[in-house]
Structure formats: C-alpha cells, structure tokens
Ligand binder design. Structure first.
Ligand code: SF4
Ligand code: SF4
Length: 130
C-alpha cells in the first residue's frame, strides 16, 4: 500500500464505494485505507480511483511504503480469488498464476465445448441478438 488518507479528509463518502477492493472504510474519525487490501487499483483501473475522485486531494502516496506493480498485481489476484464462491478459488488461482490454458480447459464451465452454431452448449436455441 502506497496510499493513505490524511486528516484533511472531509468524510464526503465519495471514495469508499468506488474502491474495487473494499479497502476503504470509516475509521474512528475519518476514512482509512486498509493496506492489506489496497492495490493502488492495479488489476482494475489505470489510476487509483480514490485519488481521482477525492475532492480535497487528501490521499497522497506514502514514500515509505512503495510497492512494485508486480506485488500489487499479485495482491489483486489473491483478493479476487478470495472473493470467488467456494469451489472456484483453486481454479481462479491456477488461472492467474499457473498455465492458464490448462486451468481453463479443466474448468467445468470455462472448459465446456461450444455448442453447434445457433445452439447453446446445452443444445438449446441460443437467444436472439437484439
Ligand atoms: S487506490 Fe484503489 S484499491 Fe487503493 S484504496 Fe484507493 S480505490 Fe481502493
Ligand atoms: S474522497 Fe477524500 S475527502 Fe472524501 S471521504 Fe474519501 S478521502 Fe475523505
């Protein structure tokens, strides 16, 4: 985590719902960022969403907690795997960290062969395009 919220925060509530990792929450007096969940938005957006949206510019970079993009991306993958329903976690972890083609081919949904033209994989008529 290289970002933190200073005491200039006015508790405007703008940043909290926009964080893709649920890293922002209300602290004792102002909003705070959980360093275990902040990825600087790596894995979701090109720029930190909270920094982009904060009306008073109170989310600076902490020079003492610099992390590489690879470290942040690894955290993003871990958080997304943890958020998956039971049974999907290992598939997703394998897909993001291992030979993705093998993991995808073995997945019960991703690995399903496509159905015939005009039919769903289950053989039912595909919904009409609008
Ligand atoms: S930089 Fe992104 S991940 Fe980190 S607290 Fe802000 S919105 Fe959340
Ligand atoms: S957007 Fe900025 S001022 Fe608003 S709650 Fe978040 S940190 Fe505080």
């Amino acid at each position: 985590m290289a970002l933190w919220i200073t005491d200039e925060c006015i508790n405007c509530d703008v940043c909290e719902p926009e964080c893709p990792n649920g890293a922002i929450s209300m602290g004792p007096e102002i909003y705070v960022i959980d360093p275990r969940r902040c990825t600087e938005c790596v894995g979701h957006f090109d720029e930190p969403q909270c920094v982009q949206l904060c009306p008073v510019g109170c989310i600076p970079v902490s020079p003492s907690q610099v992390e590489t993009k690879a470290q942040l991306l690894e955290r993003s993958h871990r958080l997304q795997a943890e958020a998956c329903p039971p049974g999907w976690t290992q598939d997703v972890q394998a897909a993001v960290s291992g030979p993705s083609a093998d993991a995808a081919a073995a997945h019960p949904v991703i690995g399903s062969p496509p159905g015939p033209p005009g039919l769903s994989p289950a053989g039912e008529p595909a919904p009409a395009r609008t």
